[in-house]
Structure formats: C-alpha cells, structure tokens
Design a protein around this ligand. Structure first.
Ligand code: ADP
Ligand code: MG
Length: 391
C-alpha cells in the first residue's frame, strides 16, 4: 500500500494529490474529480491485506450500506472502487482536519465548544444506533471538521471496525488503547457500549487537554487500564454539574454500570432536543404561535411559559442559521419575544402579589411559578445574553 513518501495511487476519474493523513488501516489523499466540476474529495485507500476477519466481499456489501447513509454529522461516502491490492473509498472532503489536531492547537476547548461538538457527535451516534451500526473505534483522529471557520463535526472511519479486530494475528493490539474501553483491552469481549466509553474519553480530552489514561510509559498505561479505580476528574477548569455528571457516567469501567445509550441521548448535558438543527426554527415558530394566542386570550402565565420554551429553540436556531440576512431577521424577532416575555414576567409576578394581598388562595399557581421560575429566568437570561452579543 502507498505509505508516506510514496507517489499517490492512480484511480479512474480522479487526480490524487496531497496525503491528508493515515491511520491504523489506510492512507487518505485529497483528490479532484476529472469531470468539469473538479469536485474536491478525499480518497481513502485501504489495503486488502489489512482485512483479516471477514471476506472482502462482505466488506463491499457493508460499504454499499454505508453509501446509503446521509447525516449532517457523518462523513458522506460518495462512491467506492477496488483493484487487486486496495479498496478506495471516495468521501466528502473535510477541510478542517481532525478533532485531535483541533484540540492540540487550542490545548483545551471551552465547555461551550465541547458541548456543541458533543451534541453533534451524539446526534450522529443516535442515527447509527437506530440502524444497529456501532463505530468501535471512536477517537479524535476519527472525527473530522467540515471547515475551520464554522466547524461542523463529521464522524468518519466507521463500519470497518467489525471486520478488523483490534488484535492482529500475533495478538498485538492495533491502534491506541487510550480511547478503548477497558473491557476491550482486558477481556477482549465487548459490544456497542465501548462507543460510550470512547465518547467519555473524547469529551475528557477536549476539556482537560489529555485523555484520562495519558501516561509516560507503557507500564503506567497498562496499570491505569487494568486498575479498578474510579476515573477522577481534575478540579480545573470549572465545569457545569451536568457536564461532570455525564463524564463520570460515561467513564464507568463496568459496561453494565455505564450510562446506557438511551440515557446518554437524553442526558441534560447532551440535550439533543435543543441541539441547533434545521428543525430548531420550525419548533420555535410553532411555540411562538401558541404563545401569541395565549397572550391574546389574556392567559399571561401560559403565554410566558410558551415564549420561554420557544426561546429555548430560537437560540439554537440562531446558531444554526448561516445566512446573515435571515439571521438578522430571526434576531429582530427574538428581540421582540424577549421583551414581551420580560413584560409578561413582570405582569405575572405583580398579579401574583396582588392575589396574595387580596388573600386569595393562589398557592397552586405560586407553586407552579416557583417550580418553573428558575428555568424561565434562565431561558430569559440566556436569550438576553445571546441578544446582547448580537450573534
Ligand atoms: P484509518 O482507517 O486508517 O484510521 P481514517 O479514515 O481515520 O483512516 O483517516 C486517517 C486520517 O486521514 C484522519 O485522521 C484524517 O486526519 C484524514 N482524513 C480522513 N478522511 C478525511 C476526509 N474525508 N477529509 C479530510 N481528511 C481526512
Ligand atoms: Mg482512523
């Protein structure tokens, strides 16, 4: 197979240029289509020799399945070819490099950035989980970035791991054990849940600058993997409670006690429901329509609650929007809703006080307000800050 320093291989319909990277099994080149559009792609050359478990035929069937997959946070597999030595995967080109380099050049990522990346990774994993596909080799080198200006994360290099044991014929571990779940290294018996451990390691590395098992020697690394000590999180930088809780639940050595896929997708720090997406604006608008209706009917507290729920979707909608004019238009609308919500908050608060002064029993209403208030106030604060920053 073509290694570093070798001329790129020849391939029908493409001009292969610079080497983008190489991993455990393959070398990836940047390439141009020979057609008029000169489409830029990345071509991954996998040596057939590295395929030990399943036959090449099985693998080709699997690639056909991967080709049908379309998700905004999964690298698109456009096509594939093969010859006597290699299989060539023609993929979408990701100009932002991989997450490993992104973290290294910044040393650590702020929680807010790590959070957005985590949501994008989780949405890709949820999509794959629903199709019974596990990755089994999740690590920052296998997570690519669409561009450096507005990086969107793209999951790469999956669907192969099932065919390639992490142990070679001489029982030597392939790849880095830093991201592998302990059961993969120690017991050699594992399932899809190893992906959740790896997500924990990736999040840990993004926030603290190195993976939890980072070691100076192989002996130290082995000891850390085989130990049964609970993974301790550094006290600095300060992180939200939800973020720490999720890390601790992902980095649970025993897969039976590790957070489940269902609980991971629903965890408050992952919060896929409020992830910036094409649907955010739709959901926000539907809620605001209801809010205006309640407002017109004079049901102020329901209107307030609906405005706040809508704002929980407007903020991600603003993050998602790339068109500057449309972004401005949404921003102007959000400004109006924030103002109206603030007015309503004052009105609802004063009417509650009035009710109390009248001696009317409004305990239920107050209880509900008290329960909802921190969330409402938080949503309003987030919206106000977001507005002040003027996106
Ligand atoms: P392997 O199976 O050998 O690990 P990968 O698919 O992970 O191969 O690719 C190796 C490296 O090549 C990645 O870490 C990344 O730096 C680079 N790379 C892979 N795919 C692309 C792509 N689509 N666009 C840009 N760079 C890529
Ligand atoms: Mg890889």
């Amino acid at each position: 197979m073509a290694g570093p320093g070798w001329a790129p291989p020849r391939l029908d319909g493409f001009i292969l240029t610079e080497r983008l990277g190489s991993g455990t099994y393959a070398t990836v080149y940047k390439a141009y289509g020979k057609k008029d559009t000169r489409e830029v792609v990345a071509i991954k050359c996998v040596s057939k020799k590295s395929l030990n478990k399943a036959s090449v035929e099985n693998l080709l069937t699997e690639i056909e399945i991967l080709k049908a997959i379309r998700h905004p946070h999964i690298v698109e597999l456009k096509d594939f070819q093969w010859d006597s030595d290699n299989i060539y995967l023609i993929m979408e080109f990701c100009a932002g490099g991989d997450l490993s380099r992104f973290i290294r050049t910044r040393r650590i990522l702020p929680e807010k950035v790590a959070h957005i990346f985590l949501q994008q990774l989780a949405s890709a994993l949820q999509f794959l989980h629903g199709r019974n596909i596990s990755h089994l080799d999740l690590k920052p080198q296998n997570i690519l970035l669409s561009s450096l200006e507005k990086p969107h994360l793209k999951l790469a290099d999956f669907g192969f791991a099932q065919h390639m044991s992490p142990w070679d014929e001489k029982h030597v571990l392939r790849g880095s054990p830093l991201y592998m779940a302990p059961e993969m290294v120690c017991r050699r018996q594992y399932d899809a849940r190893v992906d959740l451990w790896s997500v924990g390691v990736i999040l840990y590395e993004a926030l603290f600058g190195q993976p939890p098992f980072a070691s100076k020697s192989f002996t130290e690394l082995e000891e850390k993997i085989r130990s049964n000590r609970v993974i301790e999180l550094p006290t600095r930088p300060q992180l939200s409670r939800n973020c720490r809780d999720l890390l601790q639940q992902l980095l649970e050595r025993d897969p039976d006690r590790r957070i489940s896929f269902k609980d991971f997708f629903g965890h408050p720090f992952v919060d896929l429901e409020h992830m910036p997406s094409g649907q955010s604006l739709e959901r926000a608008t539907a809620l605001v329509v209801d809010a205006v209706k309640k407002d017109q009917e004079g049901d102020l507290s329901s209107a307030l609650s609906l405005y706040c729920k809508a704002l929980d979707y407007f903020i991600p909608a603003l993050h998602y929007e790339v068109d500057a004019r449309r972004k401005e238009a949404i921003k102007a609308k959000v400004g109006q809703y924030v103002s109206r919500a603030e007015e309503l908050k004052a009105l609802v608060n004063s009417s509650n006080r009035a009710l109390l002064q009248q001696g009317t029993c409004a305990r239920d209403l107050l209880k509900e307000m008290a329960r909802d208030k921190p969330r409402l106030v938080a949503a309003l604060e987030v919206a106000s800050v977001a507005m002040a920053k003027a996106f």
